[in-house]
Design a protein around this ligand. Structure first.
Ligand code: OAD
Length: 269
C-alpha cells in the first residue's frame, strides 16, 4: 500500500488542517517509530525491501532466547547497529517534532526508537519505551531491573562474546526491550496515562503492529483525541486517523510546522 512518488505530495489543505488540529492542542503526544529515523540512514524493521526483519530473523537477534543461544551473534549485531546509529544525525522530521514545542504548550514524545535522535534534535520530554541502544545492562539484572553496566570501564575479549557484568559475571546486553519481554513498568504506565490524557496524538513512522505501543493510538482515540498520522504507507492506525498525511516524515513534518508557524504568527501565549 505504499505510495511511491508521493514524497512531498500531501495537499496544502491537509497540511493546514493538521496544523489547525495541532494549534488547538493543549496536550500533544507524538508517537514515533522507525520511519521517523529512516531519513537519518537508520533502517526500519518491516519495510519489505530494506527493513531489518526482511534480512535478519528477530527470533535470533532480538529475544532473550536468541541471546542465550548465541550471545556473541546478538552482541555483534547490536554493535553493528550502534555504529550506524552513532553516525546518524537528526533529520528534518526529528527537528520539526522538536520545533513543535515552540508553538504548543505541552508536547511529549513517546518513541519506540532506541537511537536517541529525538533528544539530539532538541525534544525535551522523550519517553523511549523500547530502551536506549547506547546503554547496557546485566542479562541477569542482578542488582535489580535494570542493572545498568558502563562497559567503557571494562576490558573483555570481543572474540569470546559480550562483556561480563562486574557484579555477577553474567553477560552484558543492550538496555533495550526485546520481543517476549515486557516494557519497563514505569515507562508503560506513563505511556498509557499520556495516551488517555492526550487531546491530539501525532503518529509518525510506525507500522502499528507491535504491542503494547500499537494500542496507544486506539486508547487515545477512545478518550477523544484527534489522531494525525504521517506515514508513506497505510497502517492499522490509518482507519482511526482524522488526518492521514501520506509522505515521508522528513518532508511532511516541516510543512506542518511551517503552516503552524505561519498561521500562528502573533503566537500563542
Ligand atoms: P516498522 O519497521 O515496523 O515500521 C516502520 C514504519 O515507518 C512503516 O509503517 C513505514 O511505512 C514507515 N516509514 C518508512 N519510511 C518512512 C518515512 N520516511 N517517514 C515516515 N514513515 C516512514 O517500525 P516500528 O513500527 O517502529 O522493536 O516497529 C516497532 C518495533 O518493532 C520496533 O521498536 C522494534 C521492532 O521489532 C523491537 O526491537 C522490540
Amino acid at each position: 500500500m505504499s505510495n511511491p512518488g508521493q514524497a512531498g505530495g500531501v495537499s496544502p489543505e491537509r497540511v493546514r488542517a493538521a496544523a489547525d488540529a495541532l494549534r488547538a492542542s493543549c496536550c500533544l503526544v507524538v508517537l514515533t517509530g522507525a520511519g521517523v529515523s529512516k531519513e537519518s540512514g537508520i533502517p526500519t524493521f518491516r519495510d519489505a525491501l530494506d527493513g531489518l526483519w526482511a534480512q535478519y530473523d528477530p527470533a535470533l537477534l532480538a529475544t532473550p532466547r536468541g541471546f542465550r543461544r548465541d550471545p556473541r551473534l546478538v552482541w555483534d549485531w547490536y554493535q553493528y547497529r550502534r555504529t550506524l546509529i552513532a553516525q546518524a544525525q537528526p533529520n528534518p522530521g526529528h527537528l520539526a517534532i522538536a520545533a513543535l514545542e515552540r508553538h504548543l504548550p505541552r508536547v511529549v514524545v513517546i518513541t519506540q526508537n532506541i537511537d536517541g535522535l529525538h533528544v539530539q534534535a532538541g525534544s525535551s520530554d522523550v519517553l523511549p519505551v523500547h530502551g536506549d541502544i547506547r546503554l547496557n545492562k546485566c542479562f541477569a539484572n542482578c542488582q535489580g531491573d535494570p542493572t545498568l553496566v558502563d562497559i567503557s570501564a571494562l576490558e573483555w575479549d570481543a572474540e569470546a562474546g559480550p562483556p561480563r557484568c562486574p557484579h555477577c559475571g553474567a553477560y552484558v546486553r543492550p538496555a533495550v526491550v526485546w520481543f517476549e519481554e515486557t516494557l519497563p513498568p514505569d515507562a508503560s504506565d506513563r505511556a498509557f496515562a499520556l495516551a488517555r490524557a492526550a487531546d491530539v496524538m501525532l503518529v509518525v513512522g510506525t507500522s502499528g503492529v507491535v504491542q503494547p505501543v500499537a494500542s496507544l493510538p486506539f486508547l487515545a482515540h477512545e478518550h477523544g483525541a484527534t489522531i494525525i498520522e504521517i506515514n508513506p504507507s497505510r497502517t492499522p492506525i490509518t482507519r482511526l486517523a482524522d488526518w492521514f498525511l501520506d509522505g515521508p516524515a522528513g518532508v511532511v513534518l516541516p510543512q506542518v510546522v511551517a503552516a503552524l508557524a505561519e498561521e500562528g504568527e502573533g503566537g500563542h501565549a
